[in-house]
Design a protein around this ligand. Structure first.
Ligand SMILES: C[S@@+](CC[C@H](N)C(=O)[O-])C[C@H]1O[C@@H](n2cnc3c(N)ncnc32)[C@H](O)[C@@H]1O
Length: 314
């Protein structure tokens, strides 16, 4: 089976935005970046190997971004979507570099190998490490939990800053057993982290079939029995209330989620948002305020913002 690859010669300033756009809006199978700075760093770090940058095939001027899609998707439509996104990002004052977009097809098996090459153990915190299914890792503390993961074709390897901000939020909020819902679960990583951090029960939702399959497989891989996975959009068809609602999704989609929070959050409940580019924070804060919520903690890494939120009257 073949996979469609859209390749964009651009600048590292738009890496995070293109990653989330590709995953959340275009539902790609995965992404990969090659940055000139990685090769230049390798040159200085490994002084026994002098790398001649001129000899590296297709060395990007700044960054080459690749997104992988099912072969039956239209390259022309995808290229147009990326063109429009890059114009929007340029409008925010971001450098979009050479802005050259092209496409090619590769064998599915090559794509899986590429994926594994870039995905390694994340020793995330005192209590959590994320361990790809094919890697060995010894916990650094006797009670450090290992999230075993094969993200398959879903978002959520633990390498993305937005996932890590959401996990920090979970560590902060889960100081006693609580009920949790993970909205837009992708690989299931946040739901699994919540279960390991002591949640009583966890529900996880996603609209993507690939995410549901990956999340189910990862829950089984971790032998967890208190996670319920549901295919739905945001909190539709969910009847329960939760002590914690966590969502790592693009700001545009969080704006749709905010009006649904009240109905699904216990009175003293907490909401964790991640996936917010700092340029979108004002819009999110305004909508939270309009819907009776306040931000009690703001986490930030590079362009990305994570929030812990409660009801205003708490
Ligand atoms: C950025 S990924 C986050 C994955 C994982 N929770 C993490 O933190 O790494 C966002 C996920 O939200 C899902 N998603 C997008 N729109 C959604 C919606 N309306 N309802 C439910 N899930 C949605 C996507 O399919 C994707 O799996």
């Amino acid at each position: 089976m073949k996979v469609l690859v859209i390749k964009i010669e651009t600048s590292h300033e738009v890496e995070d935005a293109l990653n989330v756009f590709s995953q959340d809006i275009l539902h790609c199978l995965g992404t990969e970046t090659r940055k000139r700075s990685d090769f230049e760093d390798a040159n200085t770090k490994h002084d026994s190997t002098i790398v001649d940058l001129d000899e590296i095939v297709d060395l990007p001027q700044d960054m080459e971004f690749a997104a992988y899609f099912a072969a039956d998707q239209s390259p022309v439509q995808l290229i147009n979507a990326y063109k429009n996104k890059l114009v929007e990002l340029k409008g925010y004052g971001l450098n979009i570099g050479l802005n050259k977009i092209d496409y090619t097809y590769i064998e599915d098996s090559d794509w899986n190998r590429v994926w594994q090459k870039f995905y390694h153990v994340v020793n995330f915190s005192r209590h959590l490490a994320i361990v790809p299914e094919w890697e060995n890792y010894q916990a650094k503390f006797s009670d450090q939990h290992l999230i075993k993961l094969d993200p398959g074709l879903a978002f959520g390897t633990g390498n993305h800053k937005t996932t890590r901000l959401a996990m920090m939020g979970l560590e902060q909020v889960l100081v006693e057993p609580k009920t949790v819902i993970d909205v837009g679960t992708g690989s299931g990583i946040l739901a699994i982290a919540a279960a390991y951090l002591g949640a009583n029960s966890v529900m996880a939702t996603d609209i993507s079939d690939q995410a549901i399959t990956a999340a189910q497989e990862n829950v089984a891989l971790n032998k967890l029995t208190n996670i319920d996975i549901k295919k739905t959009s945001l909190l539709q068809d969910v009847n329960e209330k939760f002590d914690v609602i966590v969502a790592n999704i693009l700001a545009e989609i969080l704006l749709e989620l905010i009006p649904q929070l009240d109905q699904h959050l216990t009175q003293a409940g907490k909401v964790i948002f991640s996936g917010i580019d700092y340029l979108q924070l004002d819009k999110i804060a305004h909508s939270l305020d309009q819907n009776g919520f306040k931000i009690i903690l703001t986490l930030k890494q590079d362009r990305w913002i994570g929030l812990i939120i409660t009801r205003k009257d708490n």
